[in-house]
Design a protein around this ligand. Structure first.
Ligand code: SAM
Length: 240
C-alpha cells in the first residue's frame, strides 16, 4: 500500500520544462534547498558543477536519471549495509532521508518495516516508487514525500529510526537538519548516518550531541569493490 505520493507529470517540450523550473524554484524558495540548483540559476555553473548538482545533489532531468542509475550500483552496498545494521523496531516507522533511487527503502520494506521516504527530488521519489512498487502492491507500507531533513513533515516523536545515506554532507544547514530529525524520533529512537568521508565536513559527532542526541558512536567503513570510497558512519540515540 502506498500511503502518500506526490504526482510528477510527464514533461514534454520547452513550455513544460519552463513550468517545471518555475515550480521547482518556487518550491526551493519555500524550503531549505540551495536555490542555485535550478535550471535558471545553474546556467552560470561550470559543466562539472552542474552535472554533480543535477546528477547527485538534487537529481533532475536526464542527468538526474543517469545519476540515479549510477547511485543504484555504486552506493547499493552501503545502503544495504546501513539497513542491515539498524535494529528491527516492529511497528515503528522508519524515516529515510534522501533515499535517491531507493535501494535502502527496498531493503527495509523487504524485511517488513513501514517506511516514510523524504527527498526534495521528484526524479528520485519516482525512482524509489518504481523500485518498490511490487512490494507495495503486496502490502508493504511506503509513504513518499517531497521534503528535506528540515522539512520532512513528521510530528515530534513519531518515528523509531531515521536513516541518512550519502546526503548529510549536502544538507544546507546540518545542525538544523539534525535538530529536526531528532525531534521526529521517539524516546529511544536512533539516527543512522553514512557519508563519503572525503566530502563530509568535520564535527558530525559534536553536532549530533549539540542537536540533543545521546550515546553517539562514529566509525569508518570500507564498501566492497572499487567503485565507492571510504564511508564515515554514525549512530546517535535519543535518550529514553
Ligand atoms: C548523493 S544522493 C544519495 C542517494 C542515496 N541515499 C544513495 O546513497 O545512493 C543524495 C540524495 O539526497 C537528496 N537530498 C538533497 N538535499 C537533501 C536534503 N536537504 N535533505 C534530504 N535529502 C536531500 C537528493 O535529492 C538525493 O536523492
Amino acid at each position: 500500500m502506498i500511503i502518500g505520493w506526490v504526482p510528477v507529470g510527464a514533461v514534454r517540450g520547452t513550455d513544460d520544462r519552463n513550468r517545471l523550473d518555475d515550480h521547482r524554484k518556487a518550491w526551493a524558495d519555500a524550503h531549505d534547498v540551495r536555490p542555485r540548483r535550478h535550471r535558471c540559476e545553474t546556467r552560470g555553473m561550470r559543466l562539472g558543477e552542474r552535472i554533480v548538482s543535477d546528477g547527485f545533489q538534487l537529481p533532475a532531468g536526464w542527468t538526474g536519471r543517469l545519476g540515479g542509475l549510477l547511485m543504484a550500483s555504486g552506493n547499493a552496498a552501503t545502503e544495504r549495509h546501513v539497513v542491515d545494521l539498524v535494529p528491527d523496531r516492529g511497528t515503528q516507522d522508519v524515516l529515510v532521508l534522501g533515499p535517491g533511487p531507493g535501494i535502502g527503502v527496498h531493503r527495509l520494506l523487504s524485511r517488513g518495516a513501514s517506511v516514510v521516504a523524504v527527498d526534495p527530488s521528484p526524479v528520485m521519489l519516482a525512482a524509489t516508487l518504481r523500485r518498490c512498487r511490487r512490494l507495495c502492491e503486496r502490502g508493504a507500507t511506503l509513504t513518499l514525500r517531497t521534503g528535506t531533513a528540515t522539512s520532512h513533515g513528521l510530528g515530534p516523536g513519531t518515528v523509531g529510526t531515521a536513516i541518512s545515506v550519502n546526503n548529510v554532507m549536502i544538507w544546507p544547514d546540518r545542525m538544523a537538519g539534525l535538530v529536526s530529525v531528532r525531534t521526529a524520533l521517539c524516546p529511544g529512537g536512533e539516527l543512522w548516518v553514512s557519508a563519503h568521508e572525503k566530502w563530509l565536513a568535520p564535527g558530525l559527532t559534536a553536532d549530533c550531541r549539540e542537536a540533543g542526541f545521546d550515546d553517539v558512536e562514529q566509525w569508518r567503513w570500507e564498501p566492497p569493490g572499487r567503485g565507492a570510497s571510504t564511508a564515515v558512519q554514525l549512530r546517535a540515540r535519543v535518550e529514553t
